[in-house]
Design a binder for this molecule. Structure first.
Ligand code: ADQ
Length: 471
């Protein structure tokens, strides 16, 4: 096999070898790139007046990085537009928020062509090409048009919508057909894989046989490859000085109260409003819990340029203000709502200090926070994970308390149950969850995908998921 070429919209290899600040995905991809002496290609995040297709090559943390600039119009139509105002809401089943504008579609096609034209000369004859996420769905097909015959794989980090939802997109057929230019298409969950198969059979009238779809003169293999975290490294991180300091500070400020934690990008898919309202319901239903518990919600603003994000921010400010206004006492604030970003070691300490991890997206490809929360727990006295059934992670993490994030009552009851759960049950559930987090870690995910892309077919059929039923 030749080199591995990873392509994503933004490129972020960790600058140093530590996991204190870098995310697990960046670390895992960087490690693979070092092993295969590969290249990571993508947009620099910068814009220039006129697109040049010039590549700036750099070495960051032992990884070769190739970056290109885009035009301002590209940012507007491709990044803010088609990717984040059309595909993101649509794939998270929010057709009410999805904008179908012709200029966005044109910008998306144009930028994917620009990626292809700039990338193609970098690809050697035996290289494997691995393309990431919804920004770049048509890139494989654009590369094929330029004569690239290498094995090319695509991994979707976000959910795949049901066929009826997807058909609201004017270009649905073209988009899905472009996926059939890949040798391998990977999804986070069996749920996403099934929805993709349903679309292909229903709308394209093609057969999916043993995960293979024949279209024209090509065969595309589709599989579920649930992503993981660096489980062991994250557990170790709880012992780092900044993690311990965050843990101690939190425990002191808790004053014996139990803490529920939520950590999310500030995004409407994460179910934050519903979460605040369910917590409010719990305070109303369980008055004995007043002053005994608080919710720490860390939500970092992202994509502020998009209007829907400004709206959700305003709504969350209003709900947290209302709940705190109604319930707070002179020395108790029921919701601590924090908008800043945290280092990973600090986060590890905060997770460990929390008695409940509340991860309740309305829709999520996987959700790594659920896995990080589990990895950060004290094995002797672990907290309880409350997890939405609509996170991809719920397929694997069946020992969490699985909830419907649209039901306030159900979430309120699950929270009360989690807060009261005896240590023995917490330990049993945590042990099984942690075994899964360690086994299906990010290196296992990456190696399964790369092996499948290189042609090892056995790795496609075993999804690595846990088939045990929820308890
Ligand atoms: P995201 O939607 O970003 O990822 P998630 O999987 O939860 O969602 O990953 C978020 C990451 O950012 C976690 O590592 C978390 O620790 C970190 N993070 C979040 N808020 C933070 C904060 N305030 N400070 C510091 N760090 C913070 C997309 C898909 C997911 C999929 C991942 C990976 O939407 O479904 O799991 O990609 O494939």
């Amino acid at each position: 096999m030749g080199r591995l070429i990873v392509v994503s919209n933004r490129v972020n290899p960790p600058a140093d070898a530590g996991v204190e600040t870098a995310g697990g995905l960046a670390m895992a991809l960087a490690a693979a790139l070092r092993e295969y002496s590969g290249t990571w290609f993508g947009w620099s995040g910068e814009t220039v007046e006129t697109f040049t297709g010039q590549i700036s090559m750099q070495r960051i943390g032992g990884v070769t990085v190739a970056l290109m600039d885009l035009e301002e119009q590209d940012r507007e139509e491709y990044y803010d537009g088609y990717a984040n105002r059309t595909l993101w809401p649509l794939f998270h089943s929010r057709t009410d928020l999805a904008a179908y504008e012709r200029s966005f579609d044109a910008g998306y096609q144009r930028v994917n062509r620009r990626f292809a034209e700039t990338l193609a000369p970098l690809i050697g004859p035996d290289d494997l090409v691995w393309i990431h996420d919804y920004y770049l769905i048509p890139l494989g097909q654009e590369l094929r048009r330029l004569g690239v015959a290498n094995r090319i794989g695509f991994f979707l980090h976000i959910p795949w919508p049901g066929p009826r939802t997807l058909t609201t997109l004017p270009q649905h057929r073209r988009l899905v057909e472009s996926l059939l230019a890949y040798d391998l298409v990977g999804f986070q969950s069996n749920d996403a894989l099934t929805a993709f198969g349903e679309y292909v059979e229903r709308e394209l009238d093609l057969k999916v046989q043993d995960g293979i779809i024949a279209f024209g003169d090509r065969e595309t293999r589709a599989g579920a490859f649930p992503i993981g975290i660096e489980g062991e490294a994250f557990a170790r991180l709880t012992q780092a000085p900044a993690a311990r300091a965050a843990f101690e500070r939190m425990r002191q400020s808790q004053a014996g109260r139990r803490m529920i934690i939520g950590v999310d990008r500030l995004d409407y898919s994460k179910g934050l409003e519903e979460r605040f309202l369910a917590y409010e319901q719990m305070l109303a239903d369980h008055q004995d819990l007043a002053e005994q518990v608080f919710l720490l919600q860390i939500a970092t603003p992202s994509r502020d340029a998009v209007e829907a994000y400004q709206e959700i921010r305003a709504r969350l400010d209003a709900i947290s203000g209302r709940v705190n206004g109604a319930y707070a006492t002179v020395d108790w604030v029921p919701i601590r709502y924090v908008n800043r970003s945290h280092r990973r070691d600090e986060l590890a300490g905060l997770y460990r200090a929390a008695h409940v991890g509340l991860v309740t997206p309305l829709r999520d490809g996987m959700n790594l926070v659920a896995k990080e929360y589990v990895a950060a727990q004290d094995p002797e006295d672990p907290g309880v994970l409350v997890l939405s059934r609509y996170a991809g992670a719920a397929e694997q993490m069946t020992d969490a308390l699985i909830v419907n994030p649209f039901s306030r009552e159900e979430m309120s009851e699950a929270l009360a149950r989690a807060l009261a759960m005896p240590r023995e049950e917490r330990r049993k559930r945590w042990r099984r969850l942690m075994d899964g987090v360690l086994r299906d870690d990010v290196a296992a995910w990456r190696d399964r995908f790369v092996a499948a892309l290189a042609g090892d077919l056995a790795t496609v059929t075993n999804t690595g998921g846990d088939s045990r039923k929820a308890s």
